[in-house]
Design a protein around this ligand. Sequence first.
Ligand code: C5P
Length: 248
Amino acid sequence: MSDEARQHRTAAVIPAAGRGVRLGPGVPKALRALGGTPMLIHAVRAMAASRAVSLVVVVAPPDGAPGVKNLLNEHALPERTDYLVVPGGETRQESVRLGLDALPDDITTVLVHDAARPLVPVDTVDAVVEAVHGGSPAVVPALPLTDTVKQVEPRQKGEPEPVVATPDRALLRAVQTPQGFDRATLVGAHETVVRGGDGATDCAGMVEQLGTTVMVVTGHEEAFKVTRPLDLVLAEAVLARRRANDGF
Ligand code: C5P
């Protein structure tokens, strides 16, 4: 084991307790199949593919932990990585906190990765881990935007909405996961930031609220979030391309 690996022990927490209503009716989103394998298994393998990650904590739907445990047992996963399954909560923020509560004492670095981003390449995971180990307490992978973004005054669904502002696109980034944190920084944010309404959809945002600088590293287009039906089509196409390339 290198000095660096001895100094830092890294765990990945995967919130997978969402219902995925925007994807349409059916099983919880994380359990939908992609290329015949549940999305969650792809996400777990993507985290375990990084040699830095020694533990993966899956946060399952509140009533689904035994089923998720069985699922992990049924699929081949790297031997060097340990797995834990804990039941999740009502919001993503609560699910992440429940995952953090399950971490053993010796974990120093935490990645939080959406089960809904099953295809993130290992290079992106490693880039986030390296930036945290390099001294940044909070790191997110992100990409420049292709669309221009408008801030609007929201109206009822389907009604035209007046534009309030057009932020300079060159200053904006679309944020992905895994987001990486020094453990104490992330736990501190979860203990301090109030849990209101729908909760935070982004751990880095909670850390920002405490005044800690969050750093951005380059994300990857294959780290997109599977949210709507069209995203499933794209994910299947990415998997097919990978299979074809592996064949050569
Ligand atoms: O809903 P959204 O796409 O923002 O969810 C992002 C991630 O958070 C998903 O992987 C989802 O399973 C997870 N989540 C959770 N617990 C909730 C809601 C969402 O673990 N209560």
